[in-house]
Design a binder for this molecule. Structure first.
Ligand code: NAP
Ligand code: 3JN
Length: 341
């Protein structure tokens, strides 16, 4: 990165839950910005968003919107990424895409900077880097040190995912249902097929022919791609819970060689992006209520799986909108400008 160089940055989907968090992360990490261009749908044209004391008017996401842009952060859904990322690349921008549109394309890197930063070099293929699914990102940050030390044979995962993962409308839906319940009114569901308040829905994204949901298979396929190992056996159950921010995950790991609980704790205490949060005698373990606005992924309840020879259980919690989306995207852009610009 050239000293003092500043970049023209566009955010596609700037008015959304993730887009808003991107603005916050760019500010908090003092990303070197010259011009910031905010893009969204027709509904938001002209809406003013404050960034570092300056009011910026939202413009329409279109093929012509990327002239002069160096880095385009996409978070407006997979269809918009497929429709407009090529135009951004053509205009000379690097695209970091938060959607599932390009994740499984073998020519496009899928990156968690703490795990496989070297893959960023492959941005040269198409000018696009894909950001993984939120549930995958936080799990891999916690698993990487264990993978490197003893290898991983099998993962059994259950997720407890916050409604913010479904966007601004879902946050409003949970809020409205809780208020309706308290007021004795009927609760209305439109984002989810069932009431989410006081409930757990074993259904995230659509169902596939194999009986899993797309969210569950994203965890399987993205983990294998990022770790570069298709032989890891993985099974996941993804559940939506009535929490606003913070995905929690129960992760059962069968390792290739023995590792003790003490060794796992030592590895995770020194792992980048991880905050070891494991002091059960004092009721300290990762909680969704403690991860909001936190850049690190919290890992605790680390214990041996006594039902198999080489097994570890842990509980992994992270702010899904930050490390699961906006922060990881900005971190990718930071590595890009440091190493390749
Ligand atoms: P959201 O709160 O519903 O926001 C959606 C954003 O996309 C808004 O800025 C919206 O603009 C814009 N948009 C929608 N349709 C558009 C169109 N036709 N043209 C231009 N802009 C359009 O959703 P979100 O939670 O921020 O998520 C957005 C996307 O990010 C998701 O669809 C997903 O692909 C990705 N995501 C990834 C992760 C992850 O796991 N890494 C997590 C969450 C989300 P308006 O306000 O003008 O409608
Ligand atoms: O539900 C969650 O907690 C995460 C949701 C992610 C998401 C939501 C809508 C569309 C995605 C994603 O990132 O996989 C997508 C998508 O781009 O397919």
């Amino acid at each position: 990165m050239s000293e003092n160089k500043k970049y023209n940055v566009a955010i596609a989907g700037a008015t959304g839950a993730v887009g808003g968090a991107m603005l916050d992360v760019l500010k908090r990490r003092d990303f070197p910005i010259n011009e910031l261009r905010l893009l969204a749908s027709e509904r938001s044209i002209g809406k003013k968003i404050n960034f570092n004391g300056k009011e910026i008017a939202v413009q329409l996401l279109s093929e012509d919107a990327f002239e002069g842009i160096d880095i385009a952060l996409f978070s407006a859904g997979a269809t918009r990424s497929l429709d407009f990322a090529p135009a951004a690349v053509k205009a000379g921008a690097l695209v970091v895409d938060n959607s599932s549109a390009y994740r499984m394309n073998p020519e496009i890197p899928l990156v968690v900077p703490e795990v496989n930063p070297e893959a960023i070099a492959k941005h040269k293929n198409h000018g696009i880097i894909a950001n993984p699914n939120c549930s995958t990102i936080q799990m891999l940050v916690a698993l990487k040190p264990i993978l490197d030390k003893v290898g991983i044979k099998r993962l059994v995962i259950s997720t407890y995912q916050a409604v913010s993962g479904s966007g601004a409308d879902a946050i409003a839906e949970l809020d409205a249902q809780v208020k309706d319940y308290a007021a004795g009114n009927e609760m209305k569901a439109s984002v989810y097929p069932h009431q989410i308040a006081f409930n757990c829905l074993p259904h995230i994204d659509s169902f596939l022919e194999n009986g899993y949901t797309k969210e569950e298979m994203k965890m399987v396929n993205e983990t294998r791609k990022i770790f570069g190992d298709d032989s890891i056996a993985i099974t996941a159950t993804a559940v939506r819970v009535p929490v606003f921010y913070g995905h929690s995950e129960s992760v059962n790991i069968e390792t290739k060689a023995k590792i003790t609980v003490a060794e796992v704790k030592e590895l995770l205490a020194n792992a980048p992006g991880v905050k070891l949060t494991d002091d059960v005698e004092n009721n300290i373990y990762p909680l969704a209520t403690n991860c909001e606005s936190e850049f690190d992924t919290l890992v605790g309840r680390i214990r041996e799986d006594e039902s198999i020879e080489n097994g570890i259980n842990m509980w992994v919690v992270s702010d899904n909108i930050l490390k699961g989306a906006a922060l990881n995207t900005v971190q990718i852009a930071e590595v890009f400008i440091k190493e390749y610009k």
